[in-house]
Design a protein around this ligand. Sequence first.
Ligand code: XMP
Length: 335
Amino acid sequence: DWNMPDYIGEAVQKIREQVGTDEVILGLSGGVDSSVAAALIHRAIGDQLTCVFVDHGLLRKDEGKMVMDMFSKNLGVKVIRIDAEDQFMGHLAGVTDPEQKRKIIGREFVEVFQVEAGKLSNARWLAQGTIYPDVIESAGKGKKGQTIKSHHNVGGLPETLNLKLLEPLRELFKDEVRKLGVALGLPHDMVYRHPFPGPGLGVRILGEVKKEYADLLREADAIFIEELRNTPFELPAVAGIDPGKAPTNWYEATSQAFAVFLPVKSVGVMGDGRTYEYVVALRAVQTLDFMTAQWAHLPHSLLGKVSNRIINEVRGLNRVVYDISGKPPATIEWE
Ligand code: XMP
């Protein structure tokens, strides 16, 4: 059984012994793992930790503000926010191939991070939110020699930076990371968020990535997520199921949910006028391991409300569709 205060005490001690008086840098992505790693390391060494948060312009709505508020304002962590939207959009202009887009986003990320790391000339350590399943996954990949997708995470940096690796979550499973995050003072909603891919909205805008598309997608996605959170999930009373552990809303009842931008225009009507605007697809899945997934049977009333709100509130979108494909044969992201 896991005793949280003891665990935190030991982990803090270990980090202090490992880094001594050295400075540590950490790439904060807004995701659960890097956030919990940051909170734990900050607990251990305070201002010896500097976080670098790269805003590539492909984040969800208000994400940058949320990260800065949580770490800088609430926890007092040193965070440098880099606004690199123009740089990323510039390099992505005209590129439509999904693998190519991923490569560019990954490469620019390393580039930006490296420049910032270079400025912190005293840094000796690079901290990462690597968790146990990541360790297993990379070992497995090596053995089978398979390349699936060029997964971009905050990882992949160490070879290009001359820093030692600090990975305090390496032995933990996701549910343990989440519990640790809550115990360290991170908000419950943040720690229990759906996964979000490293290349961000870059894999949710089909074809060429443009700021205009990212802005429309951010608004549509935020409406979808808000309605999922606000719609109660009612589980039929089943013997043996602990109601305290059941999901209470549709956000909790899905494993991942998001909007996808389709660079396709279709005709619509609004008032007396004709519109010719873009389409978004909604995707919501249920899965245990993300290797296979079922599309979520969201209530029609919820889908209807999301569709109405998106079309009424987001100028530039006039059609909403719902993805009813399982994985396999489809994937969760559309790319
Ligand atoms: P697919 O689309 O392959 O996605 O069914 C499976 C899960 O992986 C996530 N995903 C990523 N996560 N970096 C990440 O950190 C990536 O490059 C990446 N690509 C896909 C996806 O969101 C889903 O949860």
